[in-house]
Unconditional design. Structure first.
Length: 478
């Protein structure tokens, strides 16, 4: 019996069906390939020697382990997305790399923060702020997605270039216009949200660490009155221009007119500015400590320590006579004593700072023991280094607290409180060495080791623990 072309018709139909199946399978295979390449590459990089080498290199740049791990995770996310896109497809590679970031960085951080014992502030367990934690986690993912998308696009472009492409790279190709428009709109929305989150929280993550502001102080059974923060400027003759600063006034400052208050000068690190301590929540810390009676009410001054020749001034006078930041701080002390009801003597002035500011606090107090009676160094160092001091060994020695306490009897009259994180090896070593030298010389001091690395939590917890010790030396309002 004749087929009358039926076999050919079935053969053509089978061919069309097979082609349709292949068209379906090809992108599916590419997506699967991108997922596998992205996941395997990122996991391998994070768990093997290259990842360890990157974290170690970041450590030499004074990034603490938590931030070094975060930056390493972002870099491996970008690299995985680039390789995945070069070998398969950009969007799936970017999403796969971001998914691995969620699995290896975000999920463990969320679990750790949610299950660990909360830190304590003035004897009370702090409260986990779920909203802040969610924002931090979302920001980590947002920055990771932005990096992955850019890296995936770069990887795909590189692959097509190597392959000798002769036509303009197509931005997107979708089977159905309707579905494509919807998918592109969703991707654009995700990228826009990632851009906003990255801009809002990325700098904070890198500067203060992923634990920044995740916990907040809680004071139960005691009303907490909020102090007031003023942002001002003063004319600095030493710097030849106006300089900004902020002042925290305790809640009862305005109402209790006759009272005079001790003063705490809080120095920022590098890079940084006078608002850094406000961002770290120092006003809330002071409010909570005063409410619980753990801290004496005090005026707190936040100076700007950035130089004009170079931002990293070390809170010192530059060797060549420019950027007289140290003199500017002393001018500010006189200005504050004139404008506010302070107790204007060394027994009632404490200078404290973080990182470079920790060096600055110890150095200012050691060089001016007639101005400051106590110094709190948070993750600081104690020997002058950097271009600010030039090449003259005498200038460096005269700006090194570690040397000044041996050379100058006045420097030995200062009470030093040293704080370092238990995972901040370099600065912990510095603090222990300086504490040992102070002990050898019979200089009063206290060393506090708190949980954490070179990060915001160490500086806020350290200040809360250190300030009562410094204030115990008669620094109370009268």
């Amino acid at each position: 019996m004749r087929d009358h072309g039926g076999g050919q018709h079935r053969e053509r139909r089978s061919g069309r069906e097979l082609g349709h199946v292949r068209r379906i399978e090809r992108p599916t295979v590419r997506v699967a390939g991108a997922l596998v390449v992205g996941v395997v590459t990122a996991a391998t990089l994070q768990a093997t020697a290259p990842g360890d080498a990157v974290r170690a290199a970041l450590g030499t740049l004074e990034f603490d382990p938590s931030r070094a791990a975060l930056l390493t995770a972002w870099m491996t996310t970008a690299l995985a997305a680039m390789l995945g896109a070069a070998l398969a497809s950009p969007w799936p590679a970017a999403l796969a790399a971001t998914g691995l970031l969620a699995a290896t960085q975000v999920a463990p951080m969320a679990w750790r923060m949610a299950t660990q014992t909360p830190p304590t502030l003035f004897g009370t367990a702090e409260r986990l702020d779920a909203g802040v934690l969610a924002f931090q986690l979302a920001t980590i993912l947002a920055v990771g997605l932005l990096l992955a998308v850019v890296a995936a696009a770069s990887g795909r472009l590189l692959a097509e270039t190597v392959a000798g492409w002769v036509r303009e790279v197509r931005r997107a190709r979708w089977p159905r216009p309707g579905a494509g428009l919807l998918a592109r709109t969703a991707m654009v929305a995700a990228l826009a949200a990632s851009l906003v989150l990255g801009a809002a929280g990325g700098a904070s993550l890198v500067r203060y660490g992923p634990g920044d502001h995740v916990y907040s102080s809680t004071v139960t059974g005691v009303p907490v009155a909020a102090g007031r923060v003023e942002v001002r400027r003063f004319r600095s003759a030493a710097m030849g221009r106006e300089r900004p600063f902020a002042v925290y006034l305790p809640a009862r400052y305005a109402a209790d007119a006759p009272a005079r208050y001790p003063v705490l000068y809080l120095l920022h690190g590098d890079p940084g500015g006078y608002r850094d301590w406000l961002h770290l929540g120092v006003a809330d810390i002071l409010d909570a400590g005063i409410a619980r009676g753990a801290l004496a009410p005090c005026v707190v001054v936040l100076p700007d320590g950035n130089g004009e020749v170079a931002a990293a001034s070390q809170w010192a006078n530059r060797w060549d006579g420019h950027d007289r930041v140290e003199d500017s701080v002393l001018e500010l002390v006189a200005q504050v004593d004139h404008d506010y009801r302070t107790r204007p003597d060394r027994r009632h002035r404490v200078v404290a700072g973080l990182s470079e500011g920790g060096f600055g606090a110890a150095n200012l107090a050691a060089r001016h023991p007639d101005v400051f009676g106590a110094a709190i160094s948070l993750s600081g160092y104690f020997h002058a280094s950097g271009s600010v001091f030039g090449a003259d060994p005498a200038v460096r020695r005269a700006n090194s607290p570690g040397e000044l306490v041996a050379d100058d009897g006045g420097a030995r009259s200062v009470y030093y409180v040293l704080v370092a994180g238990d995972r901040d090896a370099h600065y912990l070593t510095e603090a222990r060495a300086f504490a040992a030298e102070l002990d050898r010389l019979g200089v009063p001091n206290r060393l506090l080791v708190v949980a954490g690395a070179h990060e915001g939590r160490v500086w806020t917890d350290g200040l809360a623990q250190a300030l009562p010790h410094a204030q115990s030396r008669d620094t109370v309002a009268t």
